[in-house]
Ligand binder design. Structure first.
Ligand code: ADP
Length: 475
């Protein structure tokens, strides 16, 4: 079958978080399983765009209210990612270094969606499936169903995959006229709680809804930033599918971003070498257990707990542990984390920013990875950590609940229930005791490294959903 994935991110073209990793990898495994897979993302000014070769396969212009934009569709010539990658170039809107965070984000992503659909019409061949990802592509299921101009696409089956339901792409009625003309009797599909809500539109109009873990689907029925009732109503067409990881990119034996490679056979020495490199760079002591955090510094990720938890854990265990943090986000949290450097020199460090290479080294060189998240739809860090022999310390929520089991229950990590400084510190103390019991510590590492979180198994679950919604339509 022909499958289109339409998304705001795709690794390595454009990445902010886990959405990019999923959209970068899942299509490759679907293509390997014999399907024709195309991935379409906006053409940002990124390193990948500038270092690779693209050909223009289509161009046109779109109208967004009173604005007119020229767009081009660029195809990466060599299919080096394992599927056809297309970029929608709209220079005024996307030729910028960042992916999100601009005042005109609504205009940017609406134009992107309209341009993709115009191009699909121009191809004169409808795909079997359009898989939309998150709210940035949430209007597509509505537009192809109800906008007159796109009637020819109305039979395409659509899926919305929710990577993060907190962000919903709200906009006001003053922008309603951006949406290509439709019969106003359908306007209710666009609305939720007195605003236009892109994610709600997708959940209402797509033929199937997937979330990135089963537990997250349960959770959004109870807490979903205002959409709980909608998720309850649409439960029948929803399924939670746990993300996989790209085991070619994330492989400690071949990782291009590591100098010292290792496997389950020699992880002790391999991890120690990576730890030494990391500790040298951040002025830490490689003889002590190293606790790290990688991620966006927001309350959602428990980022607000990190400064106090780090200070408390370091005071209690001073001389015993190291803590290293990589991330960016809330300026207050960043400031507090930077301030701790003075007080705990030699035992603590922080890198504010985004650094893919450093993230790989941290997964390889740390002993424990901290994930005190309040919300974690799936979470990829814990799966990368397990594969790299780093024990995850997680709050039981969403995908973390589905992938990490406490070592006290014969599992692969350390778990707590509350998003609190006390719970994080309690887990750190348990980790210190575990670290001192080398046999136990190593056997938990081995257990984590042996888990198969590859996409091969998971990708079939998506295909089953696609088949179900295609068959339902034929009957
Ligand atoms: P999110 O909610 O941010 O999408 P995920 O756990 O699903 O969280 O995915 C996070 C991804 O982003 C992982 O690949 C992680 O390594 C990466 N990442 C997050 N922050 C940083 C950073 N500051 N530098 C490098 N990689 C990062």
């Amino acid at each position: 079958m022909e499958i289109f994935h339409i998304s705001a991110e795709c690794y390595p073209m454009a990445k902010v978080g886990g959405l990019a990793d999923v959209v970068g990898a899942l299509p490759k495994y679907q293509q390997n399983a014999g399907h024709q897979v195309r991935v379409v993302v906006p053409c940002y000014d990124t390193k990948f765009k500038n270092e690779n070769d693209f050909e223009c396969v289509h161009w046109g212009n779109i109208k967004l209210g009173d604005f007119d934009f020229l767009f081009s569709v660029l195809k990466e010539r060599t299919d080096k990612l394992g599927y056809e990658l297309y970029l929608i170039e709209i220079k005024e809107l996307f030729d910028r270094p960042n992916i999100y965070g601009y005042e005109d984000d609504i205009e940017r992503f609406l134009s992107f969606q309209i341009a993709v659909l115009d191009w699909i019409i121009a191809r004169k061949k409808n795909p079997d499936i359009i898989n939309c990802h998150d709210h940035h592509t949430g209007l597509i299921p509505f537009i192809i169903k109800y906008s007159y101009k796109y009637e020819i696409l109305s039979k395409i089956r659509t899926v919305i995959t929710i990577h993060n339901g907190l962000y919903q792409g709200w906009f006001g009625y003053d922008k309603l006229h951006y949406i290509p003309e439709f019969d106003l009797k359908h306007v209710g599909f666009l609305e939720w709680n007195n605003s236009l809500n892109s994610l709600a539109v997708a959940v209402k109009c797509a033929h199937a809804v997937t979330t990135v873990s089963p537990s997250y689907l349960d959770e959004i029925n109870i807490s979903a930033n205002g959409l709980e009732a909608l998720f309850n109503m649409t439960r029948g067409k929803s399924k939670g599918i746990l993300n996989g990881i790209d085991i070619e990119v994330w492989n400690p034996l071949k990782d291009k971003m590591l100098e010292t490679h290792y496997s389950i056979e020699n992880f002790e020495i391999g991890k120690q070498k990576n730890k030494e490199k990391l500790c040298e760079r951040f002025d830490l002591d490689p003889a002590k257990p190293l606790f790290s955090f990688i991620g966006r510094l927001f309350n959602e990720k428990g980022g607000d707990l990190l400064p106090q938890a780090s200070a408390l854990a370091l005071s209690e265990n001073f001389e015993n542990i190291n803590i290293l943090i990589l991330g960016s986000g809330n300026p207050d949290i960043e400031k507090q984390l930077l301030q701790l450097r003075e007080d705990y020199k030699g035992n603590y460090n922080v890198f504010i920013g985004y650094n893919e290479e450093l993230a790989h080294l941290i997964y390889a060189g740390s002993d424990f990875i901290l994930m005190p998240s309040r919300v974690e739809p799936c979470g990829l860090n814990q799966m990368y950590a397990l594969r790299y022999g780093t024990i995850p310390i997680v709050r039981r929520t969403g995908g973390l609940r589905d992938t990490v089991i406490d070592f006290g229950d014969n599992g692969n990590g350390i778990c707590h229930d509350q998003a609190s400084v006390g719970d994080v510190c309690y887990s750190i103390n348990r980790a210190v005791s575990l670290y001192d019991n080398k046999d136990n510590f190593n056997s938990i590492i081995k257990k984590g490294m042996s888990i198969d979180h590859s996409w091969e198994r998971v990708c079939q679950e998506y295909i089953e959903i696609y088949n179900q919604i295609i068959q339902k339509h034929e009957n």
